[in-house]
Design a protein around this ligand. Sequence first.
Ligand code: PLP
Length: 406
Amino acid sequence: MRGRNPIEDLAHLRHEFGEHGGVNMSIETSSTFTVIDPETMPDLFQGRAGPDRGCYLYGRHFNPTVYNLGRQMAALEGTQAAYCTASGMAAISGVIMCLCNAGDEVVASSAIYGGSYALLHDFLPAKSGITTHFVDISDVDAVANAITDKTRLIFTESISNPTLRLANIPRLSALAKESGIPLVVDNTFSPLILSPAVLGADIVVHSITKYISGASDVIAGAICGSETFIGALMDLHMGPLMLLGPTMDPNVAAGISLRIPHLPLRMNAHSQRALAITARLDELGLKVTYPGLPHHPDHALFEELHCDEYGYGGVFTLDVGDEETANALMSCLQNEQRFGYLAVSLGYFDTLMSCSGSSTSSEMSDEDKDSAGISPGLLRISIGYTGTLEQRWSQLQAALRHTGLI
Ligand code: PLP
């Protein structure tokens, strides 16, 4: 599926000079900005002047370097606008706080990152009376049944963390439109692979910390949507980004903008390596889940929705039965084989692995983990592209033998 080519849009945008003719954009570090004409100040405060007209007010509102990265994120996701935040969680919470008032409801996928789950399940009800109905996002009828007249948005990950189910974005989008509410998609697992906004989502969020950064060295996020929505996030009276202040540092924005040009190469490398390794694990009869494998329950839908140039992503899971075996395998892979790191997160150039039930999904109750399909021995592996395939495969095989799994 391809409606537009984000790479062409990005290449067009990149052709922008730094302040002194530099080939990279300049970094604007000022926290406050002058106006030449005093009349511009009230215009800025009343939203009549803004960054689209080259007018800046204060760094927590808009910053030129962060704004430029936002334009790149908008090009990546095919939205009118985007703005970047200090983390993926700041992006998600900002969107929800912008769309909901006290007493409103969210319908969300039950299989989402543990932090997003805790935000919706624990934090928001306690702090603001915003409550969430969690549903199996693959069951669009269940999603429809959960919508009430208080529902203000549907929230899902494009590929669920860690269960790797694919949301049927076109069907969810049709339902959201019928219900008059926006569909918000967290596309952290699949930049370029899936384009949720092109498939019908209204708002796309990212943890830039993962693939877009690619080096596990920054925490960052982004919100991509309409110009009106991005403006609402920055409203001086009611905008959650403006008022809660999860601002991205301009130095971080400049660094990230230098990584977006090679994101396509990196996504391709992650996906190729993941497909080769999971196909071999599958042949050995291990319980491996990866959307690129033909028996994955959403493989056919993936074929329909994804951009095939970038494959199926770099994350797969391996269910080894129990936590003890999972820990023994990870320990051998890290400490003896040097296959990767026992660490949370994903999208790094090296391999990262964690046992989801006791780490990034530990915020969920055992019952909720069970119904989301997160078993105690489920290992989430974000495959890196360093080393060679054969080197990594022999390390993995050795650890599987050591743990008695093959
Ligand atoms: N969304 C997903 C799918 C994630 O996996 C994560 C973090 O692991 C987040 C959001 C939160 O991002 P951040 O750590 O940048 O706040």
